[in-house]
Design a protein around this ligand. Structure first.
Ligand SMILES: NC(=O)c1ccc[n+]([C@@H]2O[C@H](COP(=O)([O-])OP(=O)(O)OC[C@H]3O[C@@H](n4cnc5c(N)ncnc54)[C@H](OP(=O)(O)O)[C@@H]3O)[C@@H](O)[C@H]2O)c1
Length: 314
């Protein structure tokens, strides 16, 4: 699909991932991009969704209510309702408005808690997501069902992309919302700056995750928007499994912190292991370019330069 001369609606386009996706869309020739901000366009409301997709050719749906595991745990009802309703109403409005393509963004939290590694897209229905993140995972996963049903009944073109944990400059470092990497960077830098000898980290450190640098994720989403046209979900990641212990040690090294780690096993680990099979995304030309060390270095540099402003905003 050619992006020139298309009106592209990017929900959540001012968010962390959204800002990189919009930049990448422009680099690839898109000039007519509309970003509906939540203050003006609350996508939980059907009529607002209808207004937002009017005259659009492509809808890239990135808007979501998300945060780290602690946030999802505390706000599980809101997270379930808001994400489910936004997705359902937006895709329905897009179908009715004759949108040519709907790009839904899912999450690795959609995968069953325990399945063989690497996670293959065909196994996504073979079990329930991990308990704490299930409200988020199930709400997002319904976009796959909706996309399939709409393809069958209406011939609607909806795709569903499943990115792993994302990280990079401009990530959300606020305590309440931060995902694992920004939360760890913030903690390590704070204890370093206050000369403390120990940093406490949630969980046992044995859980594993896969981390995708934000610019790579944006590239993958734009490539899928252009070249992928199947309702079968598609993974977006690096294919590299990393334990929380390893990523913590790397952050400690790159932040030049000399203290030790104290693990807090009373806090949840979340899903025990996570690593995606990334072969399907290669069919539309995507391969992650940034390794974890380089991506972390850029993220830590950005945080060090911006932490004083961020601290004022908490
Ligand atoms: N970050 C990750 O590690 C990760 C991993 C896998 C998948 N994803 C998915 O990637 C997408 C983007 O995530 P992100 O990290 O970029 O999140 P983010 O920075 O929090 O951005 C989400 C955006 O959603 C918008 N939004 C929230 N509620 C809304 C509402 N009721 N109406 C309209 N807009 C609303 C917000 O827009 P305003 O700025 O206008 O308020 C916000 O900028 C999400 O779908 C998420 O599930 C993220």
């Amino acid at each position: 699909m050619d992006l020139q001369n298309k009106k592209i609606v990017v929900t959540g386009g001012a968010g962390f991932l959204g800002s990189y996706v919009c930049k990448k869309l422009k680099e690839k020739g898109a000039s007519n991009i509309f970003i509906p901000r939540s203050s003006e366009y609350d996508l939980r409301i059907k009529e607002i969704c209808q207004e937002v997709v009017k005259d659009a050719n492509i809808v890239i749906h990135l808007a979501a209510q998300i945060g780290g595991i602690g946030f999802i745990n505390e706000h599980c009802g809101e997270v379930f309702y808001n994400n489910l309703v936004m997705g359902v109403e937006l895709m329905e409005a897009a179908r009715k408005a004759g949108v040519e393509k709907f790009v839904g963004i899912g999450t690795a939290c959609e995968y069953p808690e325990v399945i063989p590694l690497p996670f293959k897209e065909v196994n996504i229905w073979k079990g329930s997501p991990e308990d704490v993140t299930a409200p988020y995972g199930w709400a997002k996963k319904m976009l796959i069902i909706q996309g399939n049903a709409y393809k069958k009944q209406y011939g609607f073109n909806a795709i569903h992309i499943i990115p792993v944990n994302l990280y990079g400059p401009k990530d959300n470092f606020k305590r309440e919302f931060a995902h694992v990497i920004p939360a760890l960077i913030r903690k390590v830098v704070e204890v370093r700056d206050s000369n403390k000898t120990t940093v406490e980290v949630w969980g046992s450190g044995t859980a594993t995750r896969e981390f995708l640098y934000i610019e790579d994720a944006a590239e993958g989403i734009v490539l899928a928007t252009k070249n992928y046209n199947s309702t079968d979900p598609v993974n977006l990641g690096t294919g590299v499994e990393t334990s929380i212990k390893e990523v913590t040690q790397l952050i400690i090294e790159l932040s030049d912190y000399k203290g030790t780690i104290k693990w807090n096993p009373d806090k949840p680990d979340g899903q025990p292991r996570r690593q995606l099979d990334t072969s399907k995304a290669k069919t539309f030309g995507f391969e992650a370019k940034t390794d974890l060390r380089l991506g972390l270095r850029k993220t830590i540099e950005w945080y060090e330069q911006n932490k004083n402003t961020l601290e004022r905003n908490k």
